[in-house]
Ligand binder design. Structure first.
Ligand code: NAD
Length: 492
């Protein structure tokens, strides 16, 4: 993408509206360091306007009172427009995030679109928004009733930089399906796809105020999560900001749904097939340059396979092609920014100081003089209590730790503040299942299964990896209130 996308206005109350301040944000292609887009940087007064628009649309507008069938029809129209603009969305994901083309196409654009369509075509039409309560008999007589599932209210939706289109869809699909009204705030690093979604909502005829798009700093985020007119916050990002948001939301007792970070373990038993394991470890390091919350970043391997796994992983990493992902031959792009690269490099230095050993990578690739690239990096001689085994790199770094027994593998896997994902590899599927069932984490991949990629399974974490679930009917339920209505059939 060579031309610069310019959005001079914010999308508020169904209109493109000039911001109240003149500051702008530049979206930078992290592979080329070129400006690819300019958007307004919203201030707190802009955010107050967005919240007011969402509040009016919720309290007085048609959307929360529309039928599931009507909402499904609008979601379907939005899906059709997204399909029509799919190539453009893929190009934006590559340029905005620095993601390799194959991943942008097959996972980060296609999968959320399939989820969106699934919400419109399957989940929404079949969901029981009114569920009968069976007749009850007690000393007062006989009664019955109904449980109404109602939209939760005004929802602030805040996303991180690593999957701006993907994560916006995972939150907006259930929020809109439920009948909520929303304010979407993307990361300042990757604001462009949110504006594209506003264009799509406008063309599809989503009623005014149901989707509002703002941008901006942590102050703007703080207002979105503390303002009394907001009922619910759906946030994906770091656990540090997740903790702040719980505090910011607490005086007004908002519901918070938090999808946070991870340090997920990939357990490789001595009977595992390394031909299949190696690509999974490679993916954990290279997908979005390691900037994925559910990447399996701690490899726990049976001591008998440790040396072979490390040797084969090094060979596989030598085949990785780093560069500008606009080139389809590139398999690993850059980190999002100079600041993020510094953070990852600082933690790599901590690992070296702790006594761990780098067996691959560790530095910047010499052949790339532009872009925020970092070599895929592997540590051995790692103790699970070290900072590099406990803290999230959010970069292309993996630690390899040996274990002797299944019990030890489970103990090491669970010895983490996080609990988002996990993997188990064994030639015995029952053994893999038993180990997986003992992991304190929201999702487990057995011998390469991808639980995180189907709308028929929930997505979310235990412990510091978050609160609540996304995707499919689980995601929808987070945006609903349950109201019990009961009436007498006969009194005693
Ligand atoms: P971040 O937490 O720094 O920022 C996320 C968003 O929160 C941004 O839009 C930011 O502007 C906003 N924000 C910052 N301070 C705020 C505040 N005080 N109140 C409200 N909003 C505020 O995250 P990031 O650096 O953009 O993304 C990386 C992190 O996201 C990693 O920790 C990663 O694990 C996590 N992540 C989690 C998932 C998941 O589903 N579990 C998915 C992707 C990324």
């Amino acid at each position: 993408m060579s031309s610069i996308r310019r959005y001079p206005d914010l999308y508020l109350g169904g209109k493109w509206v000039a911001p109240l301040r003149s500051d702008t944000l530049e979206a930078i292609n992290p592979a080329t360091e070129e400006v690819i887009g300019v958007v307004p940087e919203a201030g707190e007064d802009d955010v107050r306007r967005a919240i007011a628009a969402a509040r009016v649309a919720f309290d007085e507008g048609p959307w929360p009172r529309s039928s599931p069938r009507e909402r499904a029809a609008v979601l379907r129209r939005m899906a059709e427009i997204m399909r029509r603009r799919q190539d453009e969305i893929v190009a934006l994901d590559i340029a905005e995030v620095g993601r390799a083309r194959l991943l942008a196409e097959s996972i980060f654009v296609e999968i959320p679109l399939e989820h969106w369509e699934d919400m419109a075509d399957r989940v929404l039409p079949s969901y029981e928004f009114e569920q009968a309560i069976p007749p009850q008999v007690n000393d007062f007589g006989v009664g019955q009733g109904v449980v109404l599932r109602e939209p939760y209210g005004v929802a602030s939706i805040i996303t991180p930089y690593n999957a701006p289109f993907f994560l916006a869809l995972f939150k907006l699909a259930p929020a809109l399906a439920a009948g909520c009204t929303t304010i979407l705030k993307p990361s300042p690093n990757t604001p462009l796809s949110a504006f594209l979604l506003a264009e799509i909502a406008e063309e599809a005829g989503l009623p005014a105020g149901v989707l509002n798009v703002v941008t901006g700093s942590p102050e703007v985020g703080a207002l979105l999560t503390s303002h009394p007119a907001v009922d619910l916050v759906s946030f994906t990002g770091s656990d540090a900001v997740g903790r702040l948001i719980m505090g910011q939301a607490s005086p007004t007792l908002k519901k918070v749904v938090l999808e946070l970070g991870g340090k997920s373990a990939n357990i490789v038993c001595e009977d595992a097939d390394l031909d299949k394991v190696i690509p999974s470890v490679l993916m954990a390091i290279t997908v979005t340059c390691g900037q994925g919350c559910a990447n399996l970043t701690r490899t726990l391997v049976h001591e008998s396979l440790h040396d072979e796994l490390v040797a084969r992983l090094k060979i596989a990493l030598d085949q990785v092609t780093m560069g500008d992902p606009a080139d389809p031959a590139v398999t690993m792009g850059p980190l999002i920014s100079a600041a993020q690269r510094r953070r990852v490099e600082d933690l790599i230095r901590v690992g070296v100081d702790e006594g761990a050993q780098i067996v691959h990578g560790g530095g910047r690739p010499a052949h790339l003089d532009k872009g925020f690239f970092l070599e895929p990096t592997v540590f051995v001689d790692v103790d699970n209590t070290m900072a590099i085994a406990q803290r999230e790199f959010f970069g292309p770094v993996n630690v390899v730790i040996p274990f002797r027994t299944d019990d030890e593998a489970v103990r090491l896997a669970n010895q983490s503040d996080y609990g988002l994902a996990g993997g188990v590899w064994s030639g015995d599927p029952v053994r893999a299942y038993r180990i997986g069932a003992r992991l304190r984490t929201g999702m487990v991949s057995l011998n390469g299964g991808s639980p995180g990629l189907t709308p028929h399974a929930p997505f979310g974490g235990y412990k510091s990896s978050g609160i609540g679930r996304e995707w499919g009917k689980w995601g929808l339920e987070e945006f609903l209130q349950h109201k019990a209505m009961l009436w007498p059939m006969a009194t005693g």
